[in-house]
Design a protein around this ligand. Structure first.
Ligand SMILES: Nc1ncnc2c1ncn2[C@@H]1O[C@H](COP(=O)(O)OP(=O)(O)O)[C@@H](O)[C@H]1O
Ligand SMILES: [Mg+2]
Length: 233
């Protein structure tokens, strides 16, 4: 028997253009990319290279101008906003540079929020929130608000929020960008542990030393991708 490994992300010749004052900006230029279950992929490139545009498309926050995108086997290239949002909620856990926690909510409530959107029952929510906070070592702080937590702890709450409900893909955009070096290293170590535990991770960064901690590195420049040579896959 042969085991077939279906890609979680399959992108084929995807382009995104912006029209600005009569000028066409090719933010993504015929990008192709495959991410398999269990991958830890870093996409690295300088400012203006197309990272955020790619993150938005991969994360189903935006659609491309042309090309194809299959997410966990489902064609999502030409879906309408509400359908795209529904798939995004189920398939992707987001980790942002600025944590994006709601200041008025406790750690518990922040982690719970996407589960409410997914229509999960109160009882199952409680179990999933506590489990996610335990994974990031913050079970004891579940009633704290973001201001009562350090930057590293806030990012761990955000990671717990991304993990809750166990989506197949974690998408991290400059996850250490707002942290000091030491805390940034701890967060990267934690992301590596998550990958070792089987989570599929796509990490976007401008920092080569961060991208080196991934298993696979793809470079982006002027909206085009190229895989780094000599990287173990
Ligand atoms: N909404 C937009 N309208 C017009 N141009 C945009 C828009 N968003 C991004 N761009 C342009 O697309 C290119 C890629 O931008 P972006 O994806 O934000 O790069 P990065 O995240 O790597 O800095 C840049 O030239 C940027 O100016
Ligand atoms: Mg950007």
């Amino acid at each position: 028997m042969t085991l077939s490994t279906e890609p979680l992300i399959r992108i084929e010749r995807l382009s995104k253009q912006y029209e600005m004052g009569g000028e066409t900006i090719r933010a993504l230029d015929e990008v192709s990319l495959t991410v398999l279950p269990g991958d830890f992929l870093a996409i690295v490139g300088p400012s203006g290279s197309g990272k955020s545009t790619l993150m938005n498309v991969v994360g189903c926050l935006d659609t491309a101008t042309s090309g194809d995108y299959w997410l966990d086997g489902e064609e999502v290239s030409r879906l309408r906003d509400n359908k795209l949002a529904e798939i995004r909620n189920r398939k992707i856990g987001f980790i942002f540079q600025g944590f994006n926690l709601l200041a008025k909510l406790t750690a518990y409530e922040n982690v719970e929020l996407p589960l409410i959107y997914r229509g999960i029952s109160v009882k199952n929510r409680r179990q999933q929130v506590v489990e996610a906070l335990r994974k990031v070592g913050l079970e004891e702080r579940m009633n704290h608000r973001p201001v009562e937590l350090s930057g590293g702890q806030q990012q761990r709450v955000a990671i717990a929020r991304a993990l809750a409900g166990n989506p197949p893909i974690l998408l991290a955009d400059e996850p250490t960008g707002a942290l000091d070096t030491k805390t940034g290293k701890e967060v990267m170590n934690f992301i590596q542990e998550l990958n070792a535990a089987g989570h599929t991770i796509v990490l976007i960064t401008h920092d080569i030393s961060i991208s080196r901690q991934a298993r696979r590195v793809v470079q982006i420049e002027d909206g085009r991708l190229s895989e780094e040579e000599g990287q173990p896959v």
